[in-house]
Write a protein that binds this ligand. Structure first.
Ligand code: FDA
Length: 308
């Protein structure tokens, strides 16, 4: 057995024990995936990415708030980000999570919070992407999106997860609405009766949904770091004879800068998801679990005392 084979199961073990490490230690690795704890850090990083021809979408970390006060405070943070984006002439928009705005407290209250943010964004001619969370929230998230559209807000879009079996019928409806859609695989592990688990099945569904969105002339965010899907996207774009303004690629901060550079060098539009905030821990743990290879770095840091 070589060292690589040995590390794979070991990485999973390290990730599953991450929570016992001191937060300060985990933070050293988390900083690869987040801009920092403060909005100034996100705005400054956004400026650096813009200077490399990369657009951003800024996310205030947090989800599943328990009180109305917390939800209102989150909405206010997003409004502040929109003001700063305008003031610093950042080429970017924002990504919001509805459970952070009170979805689990009261749907109408959550709608009001989302509506206020989208209204502020509209004032700046800016855009609000509604992230998609776990499958218990899919229906209500799409309902709130549709209600915003019905209230006259076209400056908003949603996310579709190729992992979910329901996504094909959701996309059919979104195509009718000419929605702006970010297409991703979906990060939440869902029950088999509602979701695909097999990597190739998820990829096949992603490609199918991507064709539906592009053929349906939806403004599409192709959100993936998977070489197979990026190639499939380029094939679809060529086949449909699309212009570069018709779509954009989207990637997460800290993931595959090699791919990021290739996409930009090709002259395509690329947007990077820039999360920031005090609640960096949950987000980072999700990223570590997604890519247990990161645990290998931690292992080396523990054994060799080198975290870089
Ligand atoms: P895959 O996971 O197969 O990754 C492909 C390759 O990328 C890997 O082999 C590895 O090299 C690299 N890679 C992937 N993750 C990495 C990591 N954490 N660290 C280092 N390398 C990594 N999901 C969701 O449920 N709701 C949402 O709203 C969003 N929003 C969103 C926005 C944007 C801009 C992106 C890019 C992604 C999301 N996602 C999301 C996450 C998405 O669903 C998915 O979990 C990740 O993008 C990983 O899937 P890939 O398609 O990249 O493939």
């Amino acid at each position: 057995m070589n060292i690589g084979e040995l590390m794979n199961p070991l990485n999973d073990v390290i990730v599953s024990t991450f929570h016992v490490f001191p937060k300060g230690f985990v933070k050293r690795f988390a900083m690869r995936y987040i801009a920092g704890e403060h909005v100034d850090e996100a705005i400054s990083l956004a400026g650096q990415l813009n200077s490399k021809n990369i657009m951003v979408t800024i996310d205030v970390l947090g989800e599943n708030v328990a009180t109305r006060g917390e939800a209102i405070a989150s909405a206010k943070s997003y409004e502040d980000v929109l003001h700063l984006i305008d003031r610093h002439k950042v080429n970017g928009n924002i990504s919001i999570k509805l459970t952070q705005l009170g979805l689990e407290i009261d749907k109408n209250f959550c709608f009001d919070n989302a509506r206020r943010i989208v209204e502020v964004a509209k004032g700046y001619n800016n855009f609000v992407r509604i992230d998609m969370e776990d499958a218990t929230t899919t229906t209500s998230t799409l309902e709130i999106y549709e209600k915003l559209r019905a209230s006259g807000f076209d400056n908003t879009g949603v996310v579709i997860q190729a992992r979910l079996r329901r996504s094909e019928s959701d996309v059919q409806r979104l195509v009718e609405m000419k929605a702006s859609v970010r297409l991703c695989k979906g990060i939440y592990i869902e029950p088999l009766n509602i979701a695909f688990r097999d990597r190739d099945e998820i990829r096949r569904n992603y490609i199918k949904l991507l064709h539906m969105l592009l053929e349906g002339k939806c403004r599409t965010g192709i959100a993936t770091h998977d070489d197979v899907l990026v190639k499939a996207a380029y094939d679809a774009i060529a086949q449909l004879g699309l212009q570069k303004r018709d779509y954009e690629f989207q990637m997460l901060l800290g993931v595959r800068p090699d791919m990021r550079n290739r996409i930009v060098a090709n002259g395509d539009q690329l947007r990077v998801y820039v999360p920031f905030g005090e609640h960096w821990y949950t987000y980072s743990m999700r990223r570590f679990k997604e890519n247990p290879q990161v645990a290998g770095y931690v292992f080396k840091a523990i054994v060799f005392g080198n975290g870089k």
